[in-house]
Design a protein around this ligand. Structure first.
Ligand code: PLP
Length: 397
């Protein structure tokens, strides 16, 4: 069966994707491209990957029927509990997959870049697990802003290298990681944290995260007597948790795919990360996709209250899903996300990551029927966001 929504043999999703990389990086990416599918689909890889997902990550993550939320929205609302994974989010599914890939390619050293630090922590975790040295590049500004995650990475044995160039944030850290990879092509694997970067990264990361929708199907069948929900809702930074939650439903047209992007202070405010709403085609991190840019094509600085959604691009799969109308992309402001976060705290006793709260905020924006079944992907837990929640509490709370 040929699918319109999976990657084609040239590494494109429709008009988006590809591998726009410097000549010096070509050999590294090519080795990965030629081997990733064979390795992932081998019995040996699947057996080790599945075992670690079960015993180390704690999968399957529960699919929880949220009764009070369902009453409130007059529909059947299920939460996919990626927040209950080891390290508190979906990111570990990908870093486990990639470290196993690195080992099978004979790599002995790992590098990564991180913005908020969540991907850095997930990478440092699997490097400790496998006993591999780990260097995480992080902008100097982000190191200041995300001190607890820097401490976690160091405790796990990773070296955090501060990047002082440019705006000292994520894209500068990415440039440094790429430079490192160019100078260590033989022994090093670069673990990218979302469905972004040059082909084959977006497809590889989506495959590792697709365990999310694989589980949703069987859990929904057991709990609701059907395999296909009416809606799947997920937040999109680079788009890896959404890719995982959508994956096995992309070719099932009756399942509506809803992507929540961070509108920040509003899509026209100049303080936003709503890439689909205001972005245009361009090239970032080695792939062609939608990105926020000024009239000269310079990437503009994104903003969101949630560090994990604070990214000026979007994975090429999601650019394609948005452009073809397969997914509906809903911008959610900081304020709307905070309200949805507070609501989940008080209605279900779950403190969601601010990223995931963007997905929850879509429940208010959809026109739901009482027999609609909705799965919201709860990508992570909110412990890291406590300070933001507390500092923004509405008056009288
Ligand atoms: C990193 C992160 C995200 C955003 O990344 P995606 O690749 O878009 O999934 C969302 N939620 C949480 C909890 C995160 O840590």
């Amino acid at each position: 069966m040929t699918s319109t929504y999976h990657i084609n043999e040239n590494g494109f999703y429709g008009a988006f994707g590809g591998a726009y990389i410097p000549e010096l990086l070509y050999a590294n990416v090519e080795i990965l491209r030629l081997n990733y599918k064979r390795i992932i689909h081998s019995d040996e890889f699947q057996q080790v990957f599945r075992q670690l997902l079960k015993d180390y990550v704690g999968r399957p993550s529960p699919l929880y029927y949220a009764e009070r939320l369902s009453k409130h929205y007059n529909a059947r609302v299920f939460l996919k509990r990626e927040d209950l994974n080891h390290t508190g989010a979906h990111k570990i599914n990908n870093t486990i997959g990639q470290i196993l890939m690195a080992q099978r390619l004979g790599k002995t050293r790992i590098i990564a870049e991180t913005g908020a630090g969540q991907h850095g922590v997930a990478t440092a975790t699997v490097c400790a697990l496998m006993g591999l040295p780990c260097v995480v590049y992080m902008g100097a500004v982000d190191i200041e802003r995300q001190a607890p995650n820097v401490e976690r990475m160091r405790l796990l044995g990773a070296e955090v290298r501060a990047v002082h160039s440019g705006s000292k944030t994520l894209k500068d850290a990415t440039n440094e990681a790429i430079r490192d990879w160019i100078s260590h092509p033989e022994d090093t694997h670069y673990i990218i944290g979302s469905v972004v970067g040059p082909h084959p990264y977006p497809d590889m990361v989506a495959l590792f995260q697709s365990v999310i929708s694989e589980e949703i199907k069987s859990q929904l069948e057991e709990q609701a007597g059907k395999v296909h929900p009416d809606y799947v809702v997920a937040c999109v930074g680079g788009g890896s948790n959404a890719a995982g939650a959508f994956y096995h439903f992309m070719d099932v047209p009756q399942v509506k795919l809803i992507a929540a992007e961070a509108a920040g202070k509003g899509i026209d405010s100049g303080h936003t990360a709503a890439t689909v709403a205001i972005g245009a085609p361009g090239i970032i991190h080695g792939s062609k996709t939608l990105l926020m840019q000024d009239k000269d094509g310079q990437i503009t600085e994104p903003y969101s209250i949630s560090a994990g959604l604070d990214y000026p691009g979007i994975g090429p799969l999601h650019a394609h899903l948005a452009q073809t109308g397969r997914a509906m992309v809903i911008p959610v402001t900081d304020t709307e996300a905070l309200e949805a976060g507070y609501e989940l705290c008080c209605m279900e006793g779950i403190i969601p990551a601010l990223e995931s709260a963007h997905a929850l905020a879509c429940l208010k924006k959809l026109e739901l029927n009482p027999d609609d079944t909705i799965v919201v992907n709860l990508s992570g837990r909110g412990d890291k966001d406590l300070e933001t929640y507390i500092n923004n509490l509405p008056h009288g709370k």
